[in-house]
Ligand binder design. Structure first.
Ligand SMILES: C[S@@+](CC[C@H](N)C(=O)[O-])C[C@H]1O[C@@H](n2cnc3c(N)ncnc32)[C@H](O)[C@@H]1O
Length: 209
């Protein structure tokens, strides 16, 4: 938890309490349904919570906005972001039912009221969102295809609506067709070695009615 407070020093008491609860909730649920590897459970705040919150270093979501987390798994990056932005609506989607079961249990344990979790392939989701977040789900080209038509028409934020994707490694090849993609290295914000090769990729997307 100190790690989170080091980079997010202005959290409310409730946010600190909810973030601190994550360790016990994931340890408990992971015994029943394995969604996070053992090594990652031991480094939950470094590898999952802070990584998810890296998106917030790039983009602060405005109250009333809507965010879709595609392939959320056990709830990353959606759950830490939902704690950080309690007035923003988060929709967490995963095609594997048992992962959504864990998300629902963690959301209930935290009494988070701004999260909806759905067991579905993202291609079947029909709502529209300001931003679509994700980590470790698909190559950008496949991903863009999946989320086609899910971006809201109105831009509430200064930054145009689009994708904020947590990626690692060399992205030159993967992003070469996306001339308007912007890569934000997370080691500009976080000094831990884990973040050396990690970034947030922002890709603005056009509204399709
Ligand atoms: C490697 S896991 C990443 C989980 C989480 N985002 C994280 O970083 O911890 C990829 C997840 O994407 C989900 N997934 C893959 N394709 C999907 C699709 N088309 N729609 C919804 N979920 C999908 C899988 O079920 C899996 O839980």
């Amino acid at each position: 938890m100190e790690l989170i407070l080091k980079y997010f020093p202005n959290l409310t008491d409730l946010q600190i309490k909810q973030l601190a609860q994550l360790q016990a909730l994931y340890e408990d649920w992971n015994l029943k349904i394995n969604v996070v590897s053992r090594k990652d459970i031991d480094e939950l705040y470094l590898r999952h919570v802070l990584h998810s919150l890296g998106i917030a270093k790039i983009q602060s979501f405005l109250p009333g906005s809507k965010i879709l987390d595609v392939g959320t798994g056990g709830g990353f990056p959606g759950i830490p972001l939902a704690i950080l932005f309690p007035e923003v609506q988060f929709h967490l989607v995963d095609s594997i039912g048992k992962k959504i079961k864990v998300v629902e249990e963690v959301v209930a344990g935290l009494q988070l009221e701004n999260v909806k979790a759905t067991n579905a392939r993202v291609e079947t989701v029909t709502d529209k969102y300001d931003f679509i977040v994700s980590r470790a789900v698909a190559q950008m080209e496949t991903f863009v295809h999946w989320v086609n038509g899910k971006i809201a028409k109105q831009n509430l934020h200064e930054r145009r609506n689009g994708i904020l994707y947590l990626k690692g490694g060399d992205l030159t090849d993967e992003l070469k067709v996306y001339k308007n993609a912007v890569i934000y290295p997370l080691n500009d914000f976080f000094e831990e070695d884990f973040y050396e090769t990690k970034s947030v990729v922002y890709l603005p997307l056009k509204f399709k009615g």
